[in-house]
Design a protein around this ligand. Structure first.
Ligand SMILES: Nc1ncnc2c1ncn2[C@@H]1O[C@H](COP(=O)(O)OP(=O)(O)OP(=O)(O)O)[C@@H](O)[C@H]1O
Length: 743
């Protein structure tokens, strides 16, 4: 392990002058994942120079960028361009040094659930130019790449082949463009939200994978160039990551990083290679249900400097070789991982901790050993590289085929696929950058890469956020308890079951006996197994009790609603019967025609005046003697004890109010027939008065309300009524109106 003092880099541009370390430690709560020796800085930090601003800060000429969306109309904003998932078509053009408009990027709409695939086409290099090589790549737009000049066309000619991707970076695209528009920024945002994200570069040797990820060779040489615009995606992502961390002031983040390479099928720790470069084992974790590298060194990264030092150290230690097509060819696949643990305050005093990560994977390039003229050690490396890429190819093509997706995927056939398994088909979010050379001499490799990339585009993933399972369980139980509690509260108040709704009013059997103690999630990790189990048990018991109570309340409400309905139906039946009876008695004034008590009238009077309708009506009506109905009929009516419900008319009370509503908030008034007034007054169940007869109103005016006594001898209809009265505490007061009784 190399230990060097000093700070190489500092905070990103646009920062508020606070060190990322401070933002990491802003929370007063120590992180449960924080390691005990966390105070020490990354041992990898090197020189004393710090980054003061973005690598592009020193760009002399301001960029002129023209962003176009579909149909060549200017796009609304830079944000709406291909950078983020789910974006639409678009293109970006930029004025070059000669003030000519040059297109640099085109994009097609991106779907949320598939691997995001972008293509970067590098410019022809000097070697290719010198040998007179020409470009076979054309850019029709909308994220398409057209490969021209493929042998095997009709009559021995050439045939073009068209491919579509999410984004295509044309040769003039800069390193910053790749960060802005590849979807990398979204990936970083998702990693902060707890997703496992992977960005990997794929392509033939010399196609620009390392250039895209980490920049050209020598960038991190003896004299570091922190402001260089040649910095690759990894460096820029680190800056963006810290910018985001600084913005999220309420979240506590802890970052760690590791860097490994797979060289000749051996996993080497690039941060701790040792003199013998002893390989590490790749094992299966039952708990995490994934492969991991045993004893891999992870470095705490409190500051941006620490992360960049990790990058620098890894680049220094990785295997590089020279062959015919690339003087600085990567001889291994490398995986740089940034682990992001965050703690965010959530509702109910709970802290949510999430574990996201970002893998930057620089694959070694596939090579035709004939072309690269590899021999000896380089040949062995090339064979291993090609073999593992072949396995990766199998996995990609199986995963992209809907029929084979659920069958065996040969992840175990190489270390690379074992470690990428999760990124390819798991619960992660993946960005694939396919790098190609435009040269005619590389046409078959280019076609291979484009086919690979087209297949990868079909792979579906199901991103999920990683949470501590114990916290997730407790949080979900807490949430459920809260939901059930508020649902019960609502039901109680709707049914008016318990006045005051306090626990003291609850029947003993419904009272929640166990209330789990307040959980300090900070101390959760310190809890012993049995304590934790007890805590979970308490939550589950409370949950269960609430669930039971909830269902009891639901069923009692249903019973009451059914009873109510029954009573109403019976009322209507009796009403009809009464009408029939009245028609026999030739228009008794007691049987009104059916126009409803007008809603307007109901609205125009308040509750007091409503009451007055009944109590202070036209007193003169008392003097009138009600018309008599034949005794035989009256007897029949008395036998049946015809009663009905009315709802106390309320201001603004709607007609046809739903049963549920009226059952929950209206008072029921019963009107009892008696010999003295000669029959019942009927008001239908929607609360409307079944009379337009002023005569009848006057009769009613002389009446008084009284609390009805349950009549045990009532016929069947009154059984329902009894139930209602038994449950009167649910519907509100049940009041009967008689001439004899006073309230
Ligand atoms: N977009 C680009 N613009 C300018 N130069 C580029 C670009 N892409 C690649 N190059 C240059 O081409 C050369 C080869 O690139 P690089 O080493 O990144 O290829 P590679 O795909 O990583 O190859 P290998 O698989 O052998 O490692 C480098 O000198 C690099 O700087």
């Amino acid at each position: 392990m190399v230990t060097r003092p000093g700070n190489l880099y500092k905070t990103p541009p646009g920062s508020r002058g606070t060190s990322p370390a401070r933002s990491l430690n802003r929370s007063t709560k120590p992180s449960p994942v924080q390691s005990p020796n966390r105070t020490s800085r990354s041992p990898l930090r090197t020189t004393s120079k710090k980054i003061q601003s973005s690598p592009d800060r020193q760009r002399k000429t301001p960029e002129k960028v023209l962003i176009r969306s579909r149909g060549n109309s200017p796009a609304k904003s830079r944000d709406s361009l291909p950078g983020s998932r789910g974006s639409d078509f678009g293109s970006i053009e930029r004025l070059d040094d000669d003030n000519n408009l040059q297109r640099i990027i085109t994009s097609y709409n991106q779907t949320e659930d598939n691997i995001n695939v972008v293509v970067r086409v590098r410019p022809l290099n000097n070697r290719e130019k010198k040998s007179g090589d020409t470009s076979v790549i054309q850019f029709p737009g909308n994220g398409q790449v057209l490969v021209d000049g493929i042998p095997g066309g009709p009559s021995g000619g050439q045939k073009p082949k068209l491919f579509s991707y999410n984004v295509v970076f044309e040769p003039a695209a800069t390193q910053e463009d790749v960060l802005q528009f590849s979807g990398m920024k979204r990936l970083i945002e998702m990693a902060l939200e707890g997703f496992r994200c992977t960005c990997f570069c794929y392509g033939q040797t010399g196609s620009g994978k390392t250039h895209t990820l980490t920049g050209p060779p020598g960038l991190f040489g003896v004299r570091p160039a922190p402001f260089s615009d040649k910095h690759g995606l990894v460096f820029r992502s680190f800056l963006y990551l810290f910018q985001l961390i600084q913005q999220k002031t309420d979240v506590h983040f802890v970052l760690k990083a590791s860097y490994l390479e797979i060289y000749n099928e051996k996993v080497i720790d690039l941060l701790n290679p040792g003199s013998a470069r002893k390989p590490l084992a790749v094992r299966w974790s039952k708990k995490a249900r994934g492969f991991f590298v045993e004893n891999l060194f992870t470095v705490d990264c409190e500051e941006l400097d620490d992360l960049i030092a990790v990058l620098e150290e890894g680049l220094r230690n990785r295997a590089i070789g020279k062959h015919n097509m690339n003087d600085f060819s990567s001889r291994s696949h490398t995986i740089l991982t940034v682990y992001i643990t965050s703690e965010e305050p959530a509702e109910g005093g709970v802290f949510l901790s999430r574990s996201g990560k970002i893998n930057f994977v620089d694959l070694a390039g596939s090579e035709m050993t004939k072309k690269t003229q590899s021999e000896g050690k380089t040949l062995e490396e090339a064979n291993n590289i090609n073999k593992s890429l072949m396995v990766l190819g199998y996995c990609i093509s199986s995963l992209s085929d809907s029929k084979r997706r659920n069958s065996h995927i040969p992840y175990r056939d190489s270390k690379l696929t074992k470690l990428l398994a999760d990124s390819l088909a798991g619960n992660g979010v993946t960005l694939m950058i396919a790098c190609i050379s435009p040269a005619r001499s590389n046409i078959s490799e280019t076609l291979n890469t484009l086919r690979y990339a087209a297949r990868a585009k079909k792979i579906r993933t199901k991103p999920i956020v990683l949470m501590d399972p114990r916290e997730a369980l407790i949080l979900s139980l807490k949430r459920e308890v809260n939901v059930l509690q508020s649902e019960n509260e609502h039901l109680r108040s709707a049914l008016n079951v318990y006045s005051g709704s306090t626990a003291g009013d609850l029947p003993t059997e419904r009272r929640i006996v166990v209330t789990p103690p307040h959980v300090d999630l900070e101390k959760l990790a310190e809890l012993e197994g049995p304590q934790l189990a007890e805590l979970v048990r308490l939550y589950m018991t409370e949950n269960e009790a609430l669930r039971r109570e909830n269902s009891e309340l639901y069923s009692s409400r249903e019973i009451l609603q059914r009873d109510h309905e029954l009573v109403c139906r019976e009322n209507e039946r009796l009403l009809k019967k009464l009408e029939e009876v009245n028609s026999v008695c030739c228009r008794s004034p007691l049987i009104p025609a059916r126009p409803a008590f007008s809603a307007e009238l109901l609205n125009s009077i308040d509750s007091e005046s409503t009451t007055n309708i009944w109590s202070d009506g036209d007193k003169s009506s008392h003097s009138r003697s009600p018309q008599q109905i034949p005794q035989s009929i009256q007897k029949e009516l008395d036998k049946r004890q015809i009663k009905t419900e009315i709802q106390t008319p309320r201001r603004g009370h709607r007609r046809n109010k739903s049963l549920e509503e009226s059952s929950s908030d209206s008072k029921v008034v019963r009107v009892k027939s008696s010999e003295s007034d000669g029959g019942p007054v009927l008001i239908n169940r929607s609360g409307t008065f079944d009379s337009n007869s002023p005569e009848r109103e006057r009769q009613l005016a002389g009446r008084r309300f009284s609390v009805a006594k349950p009549d045990e001898n009532e016929p069947s209809m009154n059984g329902a009524r009894r139930k209602l009265e038994k449950n009167s505490h649910i519907f509100g007061s049940v009041i009967s109106l008689t001439d004899e009784e006073d309230i």
